[in-house]
Every structure is written in C-alpha cells, then in structure tokens.
Design a protein. Structure first.
Length: 160
C-alpha cells in the first residue's frame, strides 16, 4: 500500500488492487478512482494540487489528470512527444506537467495537450552521470526539487 497527501489534509491511498482512494482529514472516504485495467499498474500519484491530481502509469508512459472527485479530466500520452522512458512525473507550478525523460536525461515540461513547453539541458552534461530521479516536486516558478535514491537535487535551471 502506498499513500500521499495534499495541502488540505486529504490522504490518497493506493491499495494492492491498484485502486486510488481519497480520504478526508477525518478519515472519511471522499472519492475512489477505480479505472484499474486500462493502463496497468499506477507508478506514482502527485496530489500537490488537490484540484489536479496526477496519476502516472509507467508501463504505458501515460499521465492521467484527475479532478478533486477523482474523475478523469485529461490524458497525456507521453509517447506522442517521443518520451519513451519517463522515470519521474510531477505537477509544475503553472499546472503543466514535469517529466524526467530518462532516455534523454532531460527534465521536460509538458502542456495538457501533450505538447513540449520547455526542457532542460542534458543532465549528463551537468553531472558526472545522469541522476536516477524517482520524484519531482515543484516548489514554485524558480525552484524544482527532485529526489533520487541516493540524495537530493535542487534545480533553478528552468526559471522564467
């Protein structure tokens, strides 16, 4: 079982059956996302914005955007941008989607329509080796925090 929380105190629980449940601050069940067969196993859930929850399916390289009731609002097929190995996904400060493309070793910002908004320099040019990112958390327009298995990286390269 895996879980995350939003800034309103809601908890999102992913159970063994790949079902995502939203629990209120008091533990009451508020919503259930039960579309468990279409894209395979859920890899990550980003609930940093409780009005736009990201669900990432690594096997299909697909991001689903859910509303506060866990209804599907949008689907982004990252393969249409030629992103075939998205290692980490997170919500951007401007409601776009950050994607770490492991094949290109670049951080990419993708719009709701799936188009490329911006991208970083190849991380292999910045570091000795490409980082093994597992989570992306956007801390605002000038800072992106990314974690990997052995440490923490803070980046301001994508500031506008």
């Amino acid at each position: 079982m895996d879980f995350t929380a939003d800034n309103l105190g809601n908890i999102y629980v992913l159970n063994r059956d790949n079902q995502l449940k939203k629990l209120g601050p008091n533990g009451d069940s508020l919503a259930v996302f039960n579309d468990v067969r279409r894209y395979g196993k859920i890899a990550t859930v980003d609930a940093t914005n409780p009005l736009k929850i990201l669900v990432y399916y690594r096997e299909f390289t697909t991001v689903i955007e859910l509303d506060r009731f866990l209804n599907i609002v949008n689907t982004i097929d990252l393969r249409k941008q030629n992103i075939l190995q998205a290692k980490a996904v997170g919500l951007a400060y401007d409601n776009n989607v950050w994607v770490y493309d492991e094949l290109d070793a670049r951080l990419k910002r993708i719009a709701d329509d799936g188009s490329l908004v911006d991208q970083s320099t190849d991380f292999r040019q910045l570091f000795d080796a490409a980082p093994d990112l597992t989570v992306i958390r956007d801390q605002g327009a000038s800072s992106i925090s990314m974690t990997r298995r052995k440490g923490y990286i803070s980046s301001t390269t994508m500031a506008h």
